[in-house]
Design a protein around this ligand. Sequence first.
Ligand SMILES: Cc1cc2nc3c(=O)[nH]c(=O)nc-3n(C[C@H](O)[C@H](O)[C@H](O)COP(=O)(O)OP(=O)(O)OC[C@H]3O[C@@H](n4cnc5c(N)ncnc54)[C@H](O)[C@@H]3O)c2cc1C
Length: 417
Amino acid sequence: MVCDADVLVVGAGPAGAAAAIHAADAGLDVLLVDTATFPRDKTCGDGLTPRAIHQLGRLGLADEVTRDYHNKGLKLRGFGGSVTAPWPEGHYGTLGSAMPRTEFDHLLVRTAVARGATLWEGATATAVRREGRRIGEVTVRHGGIEKQVRARWVLVADGVRSTFGKLLGREWHRGEVYGIAARSYCTSPMSTEPWIHSDVELLDADGVVQPGYGWIFPLGDGRVNLGAGALSTDTRPARVNTKRLLSHYAAQKRTEWQLGPEQDVTSAMLPMGGAVSNVAGPNWLLIGDSAALVNPLNGEGIDYGMESAEMAVDLLLDAGRRDLTLVWPHLLRGAYGEAFLLARTAARLLTYPRFLPVVGPLGLRGPVGAVVMPAAARLMGNLITDEDRDLVARLWRLSGGVVSRARRDTPLWSSTV
Ligand SMILES: Cc1cc2nc3c(=O)[nH]c(=O)nc-3n(C[C@H](O)[C@H](O)[C@H](O)COP(=O)(O)OP(=O)(O)OC[C@H]3O[C@@H](n4cnc5c(N)ncnc54)[C@H](O)[C@@H]3O)c2cc1C
C-alpha cells in the first residue's frame, strides 16, 4: 500500500503534534504517525514554563492549558537557603502551568486532527528507502500492515531514543552532559499551590548529600508530579538510582506536602543542549528531543519541541526544493546555540561531586542568594530574549559568546554525513 502526503511527521509528542498543527494550518497535507495510541503516558515532570505557554498561545491552546491551573514561578531550596523567583516580566509572559502528559499530549494530537492532519496511531516508522541522500519512501507498520509513505518532507519527532532518526544517521554524544530522572504522581491537598518547587540539596537516609535535585510540580487536580534527577556524562556518570532518589525525596517532603504514596513511578534519560549530530538531510529534519532540544539547566523540552516544530514548518514553506541538510542545523545554532552551549557548560560543573556542596550554600543563603538566585531562575528557564537589555541579559549574552568561541569544536547539531 502506498500513501502520499506533503509532510510525514514521525512521532506525535509535543514536537510532532505541534508540527502537524502548524503544517495543517498552512494548508499542507499532513500524515502524523505514532507507535502509541493516545492518550498515552510519557515520563516527564509535566512542567510548562512561560516559554511553553507562549508557544501554546501560537497554537491557540494557551487558555485551555492554563484555565484550571497556572503557576507564578519557582521556589528553589537547599543548603539552608530558599528563594522565591516569580516568572520574570517579558516577552513570554508571566504564566506557567503543569499538566499530566497523558492529557497534554492528547490535547495536541486531537487539535492536529481537528485542524486537518491525518493521524495513524499504533503506527511505527520502521525503514526508509533513499533516493540518493533524499528520503524516497518511509515504511510504516500500521495495523499489522506495512505501508509505504511517499512524502515531500519528513519531520522526525520520535523522542529521546530516536530509533527512526538513527536510521537516518542521527548520533547522540553522551560525552556531553545529559540527564537521568524519575517521576511519580502523589496526591496532595496542596496541589493548587501556585509555585513550582525545586530542591537542589537531596539527602539520603543517612543525611548524605546525593548528586541530584528534586522537584514538586503541583498539577491543580489533587495531585503533584514529584521527581528526582541527576546530571551525567560518560566520563562522570551519575552513579545514582533515580527511583531510589525519588523515594528518599518523597519521604523528606511527605509531611510538608501531606503526600500520598508515590504512584506510576517511571524513569528516563534526557538528551540535552543540542548534543547530537546529523539532524537533517535534503528533505528531512529532526525536531524536539530527537534533536536534543532540552535545556540542560532545568530539563525542560516541551517548549523547545513546540518551537522547533514551528521553525521547521516555516522552513519547509520557505524552502521549496532547497536542500535542508545544512540550513536546519544552522537555524538551530542561531536560535539556541549560545544559550545551550553555555547551559551545557554550567551543567557540566554540576557533575563534579564537590561543586554543589561548596557553591550551593554560597549561592542560596543570605544576601548573596537573594540577589543571585532570581537571576539564576531566569537563566535556568532561558527566559532571556535578544530584546532584553538589563545587566543579567547582557552578561548572559556576553558569556554565551565567549563559551561559543571557546568550545567551537563541541558537537552542536553538527553534520558528519
Ligand atoms: C523525567 C523527565 C522529566 C521531564 N520534565 C519536563 C518538564 O517538567 N517540562 C518540560 O518541558 N520537559 C520535561 N522533560 C522533557 C520532555 O519530556 C521532552 O523534552 C518532551 O517530551 C519532548 O517532546 P518530543 O515530542 O520531542 O518527544 P516525545 O514526547 O518523547 O514524543 C515522541 C513520540 O514519538 C513516538 N515514536 C517514537 N519512535 C517512533 C517511530 N519509529 N514511529 C512512530 N512513532 C514513534 C513515541 O511513541 C512518542 O509518542 C522531562 C523529561 C524527563 C525524562
